[in-house]
Design a protein around this ligand. Structure first.
Ligand SMILES: [Zn+2]
Ligand SMILES: [Zn+2]
Ligand SMILES: [Zn+2]
Length: 129
């Protein structure tokens, strides 16, 4: 693999006016150059890859992808991708017999196992706190 050719020059970042000594491309317009830092901050629009693929699930045509697909066999369209996402796991609840330390309400389940059962508060009091 060849090192990417760098272009040497004497430019200034249009945002922070930092010196720019080299660039991975030959700038046509030197007025809106950005240094690496500002570039990272500015986050240019996500690069999209154009192509002619088919969804491996529903056979829908796919013409753009946010990444360069390594394997053309396993591309799924946005719909199928969403469908295949594992459903959000139900939060495990711990069953028990506690009392809210603030309002004395009985608490029978909690999203966690309380280390100190004396300092458990009910949802209401918890949200108030
Ligand atoms: Zn800059
Ligand atoms: Zn699909
Ligand atoms: Zn309470």
């Amino acid at each position: 693999m060849n090192e990417r050719e760098m272009f040497q020059g004497d430019w200034n970042c249009c945002e922070c006016s930092a010196d720019i000594k080299e660039l991975p491309f030959n700038p046509r317009n030197t007025d809106d150059l950005k240094c690496r830092d500002c570039m990272a901050k500015g986050r240019p629009a996500r690069q999209m890859f154009e192509g002619d693929w088919n969804c491996s699930d529903c056979d829908a045509k796919i013409t753009v992808l946010p990444f360069d697909p390594a394997s053309v066999e396993s591309i799924t369209c946005r719909d199928c991708h969403m469908k295949n996402k594992p459903a959000r796991r139900e939060r495990q609840m711990v069953e028990g017999d506690w009392k809210c330390m603030d309002c004395d309400t009985a608490i029978t389940s909690l999203p966690f196992n309380p280390r100190d059962p004396e300092t458990v508060s009910c949802r209401d009091c918890f949200q108030k706190a």
